[in-house]
Design a protein around this ligand. Structure first.
Ligand code: NDP
Ligand code: GDR
Length: 337
């Protein structure tokens, strides 16, 4: 039975990775950091799985990583943990550099100290391309990050490459373009939109504010993208791959699609723009070319854009309806006991 350590387990990608690995018969260890209010919305379903175990660890604490490796004895490590919100990286640039950048170095050093053969996946990002020098971006496209997050990811990316070349480690970097799902954090623009669309269609809200509506992203569906991460660790030789759909759409296009799912036309009535949500430096357009992944991994995106946007809206309608029911239920003495 293969064993895998997955960091960032309670996030979108870590949780899907755990599902995929368990389906493939792995023993899976999910690393989470200590929190005063733990959020296992994405992983609650794993708690009773006998092939799954949570471990405490933090990318800013070197010894905790070595401890996780010793307990899990992994064949594969998937590093999804990071301060992953680009907007927040201007508020906490130092912490973002520490966790998202140096955290990768700590994990690689922990693997070296652990001393056994381990295959390592690093979650690199299209944000490293930032101001696109070549459109669509490929593995050979020069990087030009536009945020403290992008700069930190670039460090994580190059240290992964460097340790592969320096120590002959099996390290790969997946350069993933935006991917979304029903498990996406509420602060990211797609989920913010789908949840607000659900609330508006149920009469729970009548407007919401966004920032820049003109930026364009190459959006795919997270479960498809996670398969690519697994495939990268199953090859004879380690390499880095761009994972993307090859189609860029604007925030306006996403609003059209999401409001269309609840048959509302003219979303402009419900959406305002607030300077608070603009960024000090924007990435105007991101689009990727995944030809290498198609050729070498046999990977390509499967789920069409409109299908997964509908899944997100339907999921948020379910959650918002639950909120509506809770609001309408009178609180009785028994409920409060
Ligand atoms: P999420 O934000 O959903 O998940 C990130 C996870 O990392 C969270 O569970 C968080 O824990 C954990 N984490 C944060 N800081 C630390 C730390 N210091 N030590 C341990 N764990 C920590 O991100 P996604 O699942 O969307 O993305 C996964 C990875 O892929 C990230 O590294 C992201 O930067 C990268 N990426 C994502 C893309 C996307 O479109 N989704 C595209 C390209 C790259 P907690 O729950 O406690 O906050
Ligand atoms: P991004 O995703 O920064 O691409 O990073 P996000 O959804 O936060 O922003 C996408 C675009 O939408 C614009 N935008 C808004 N964004 C947010 N969050 N909230 C708003 O109100 C809003 N209004 C407009 C942004 O300006 C931006 O142009 C994601 C993360 O998953 C990273 O971890 C990952 O590395 C990259 O994708 C690839």
């Amino acid at each position: 039975m293969k064993s895998a350590l997955v960091t960032g387990i309670n996030g979108q990608d870590g949780s899907y990775m755990a599902d995929l690995l368990l389906d493939k018969g792995y023993k899976v260890f999910g690393m989470e950091r200590r929190s005063s209010s733990l959020n296992r919305d994405n992983t609650g379903h794993l708690e009773d799985n006998e092939n799954f175990q949570f471990l405490n660890g933090d990318l800013v604490d070197q010894n905790s990583l070595l401890r996780c490796l010793k307990i899990s004895e992994p064949d594969e490590v998937y590093n999804f943990a990071s301060q992953s919100f680009v907007y927040e990286s201007w508020n906490t640039p130092e912490y973002t550099g520490d966790a998202t950048g140096l955290g990768v170095l700590r994990m690689l050093e922990a693997i070296r100290e652990y001393g056994k053969e381990v295959r390592f996946y690093q979650a690199s990002s299209s944000e490293m391309f930032g101001r696109l020098v070549e459109n669509p971006a490929r593995e050979s496209t020069p990087f030009y990050p536009r945020s403290p997050y992008g700069v930190a990811k670039l460090y994580g990316h190059w240290i992964t490459v460097n340790y592969r070349e320096s120590y002959d480690m099996y390290n790969v970097s997946g350069i993933l373009f935006n991917h979304e799902s029903e498990r996406r954090g509420y602060e990211f623009v797609t989920r913010k939109i789908t949840m607000n669309v659900a609330k508006i269609s149920l009469g729970l809200s009548d407007s919401f504010a966004l920032g820049n509506l003109d930026s364009m992203r190459d959006w795919g569906y997270a479960p498809d993208f996670i398969e690519a991460a697994w495939l990268m660790l199953q090859q004879d030789e380690p390499d880095d791959y761009v994972i993307a759909t090859g189609e860029a759409k604007s925030i306006r296009d996403f609003l059209d699609a999401a409001f269309g799912c609840v048959n509302i036309s003219g979303w402009e009535r419900f959406v305002t723009q607030d300077p608070r949500f603009f960024r000090p430096a924007e990435v105007d357009v991101l689009c990727g070319d995944c030809s290498l992944a198609k050729e070498k991994l046999g990977w390509e995106p499967r789920t069409p854009f409109n299908d997964w946007v509908k899944s997100m809206v339907d999921n948020d309608l379910r959650l918002a309806k639950r909120e509506l029911i809770l609001r309408e239920q009178p609180i009785t003495f028994r409920d409060m006991s």
